[in-house]
Each structure stands twice: as C-alpha cells, then as structure tokens.
Design a protein around this ligand. Structure first.
Ligand code: DX5
Ligand code: ZN
Length: 214
C-alpha cells in the first residue's frame, strides 16, 4: 500500500521533525491539505507551509486543494514542488481543461470526489487521470469517522477504471486507520491518506507501518 501521511494533523510547532519522522518510517508521499474557507468550512494552510515541507524532505508531495478556482494556482503549486495536484470535481467547471493545464505544468493530475459525488461522473475523463481521490469523510477537518459507503465506491471505481483502460491510482482520504484501511485495500485502493491516525498516535512510525503493510 502506498501511504500518504496528512500533515493537517501534525504538530506545527515542530512540523519539520514530524515530517522527518514519517519519512524515516517509510512514508511514500506527504499529503498537504489546502483549505480556503469557501469550498470547505475551514482554513488550513497555504504555499509557505508546503515549501517548508519541501525543504525538510524529498518525498513526493501530494497536494489536495479544497479550494474554489484551483486553476488560478497551478503554477504556484508546481513551484512549491508538488508532484501530484488534486482538484475537486465539485470545484471545476471545465475539468478537462484543468487536467490538461496540470499536465502542461509538469505535474500528475488527480480528481477528488466528495462522498455524495458518484464515481460514474468520471467515465469521460478517467483515462486522462493519474489518480482519483475518493473522500471518505466530508472534506474540511481531520479526525472524522470513515463513511462506510466508500467501500462500495472503491469497487465501482475500480471497475470503471478497468473498463475505460485508465491507469489511475485510487486514493482514499478521511477516517483511515488499520481497520478502515484494510477495508479499502480489499476493495481495490492503491493509496491511503491518514492524518490523525498517524500523527495522533503515541507511535506514529508504527501507525504508518500498519497501513503500509495492508
Ligand atoms: C480532510 C483532509 C484529510 C485529513 C484526513 O478534509 O482532506 O486529508 O487530513 O484526516 P484524518 O486522517 O484524521 O481523517
Ligand atoms: Zn486530504
């Protein structure tokens, strides 16, 4: 399993140490949650924090933009050192254009779906995507409970990707721990994001390894 610890739940007094610890424990990517207070009812952090993470580790940065008008920031996200730019389906009027622009900027493109957005809406864009991120909580906050219907969405998305010849990875974000992560793995997930399960644990390295082993 590819693991992507979310720094939303890290301790920002020592963000560098927290990132270095999960990197040393074998994290594959670092997941960065940007919230604008408009698309979601919370504000998290922006580009200076992502740049700081870039300076403390060389893991691929998976940037999840929970913002309106993400097209405006494609160059800025690239300049922060992101390898993957995640935009929400619900925030993009011209999604195909947005995906093309992310690729033209030299990044991999991921489309994120809220819990109520059906995976079938991706049928005409799936082949152009590097990853689909299924939200397993309503975006905006760490520490929420996994929505069980996500397992069914993973199965349907896996079938859709196979049918359309898409090589996109399936990433799951929200309420992931060893138990919910195992359900996602069995359903066909490739990447697990986890915030509070890792950074809220007394032993973040062990929590990370429990997901990597799935
Ligand atoms: C939620 C964010 C998640 C969040 C997950 O809106 O997109 O990445 O950090 O946190 P946990 O793992 O605590 O649910
Ligand atoms: Zn996220």
């Amino acid at each position: 399993m590819i693991t992507a610890p979310s720094i939303l739940s890290a301790d920002f007094r020592h963000l560098g140490a927290d990132v270095s610890a999960v990197a040393a424990a074998g994290a594959d990517w670092i997941h960065c949650d940007v919230m604008d207070g408009v698309f979601v009812p919370n504000i998290s952090f922006g580009f200076p924090i992502i740049e700081a993470v870039r300076r403390v580790c060389d893991l691929p940065l998976d940037v999840h933009l929970m913002i309106v008008e993400p097209d405006k920031y494609i160059g800025r996200v690239r300049d922060c050192g992101a390898f993957m730019m995640n935009v929400h389906y619900e925030a993009c009027t011209h999604l195909h254009r947005t995906v093309q622009a992310i690729h033209a900027a030299g990044m991999k493109a991921a489309v994120t779906l809220n819990p109520a957005t059906p995976v079938e809406l991706l049928v005409d864009i799936a082949a152009d995507l590097d990853m689909v991120l299924l939200m397993s909580v309503n975006p905006g906050f760490g520490g929420q409970s996994f929505i069980a219907n996500t397992v069914n969405k993973i199965q349907r998305l896996r079938a859709l990707l196979d049918r359309t010849g898409s090589k996109a990875l399936i990433e799951i974000d929200g309420g992931i721990n060893a138990e919910t992560g195992a359900l996602c793995a069995a359903a066909g997930a490739d990447v697990l994001v986890a915030g509070s399960y890792i950074f809220g644990s007394p032993d973040p390295s062990a929590a990370l390894r429990s997901l990597a082993a799935l």
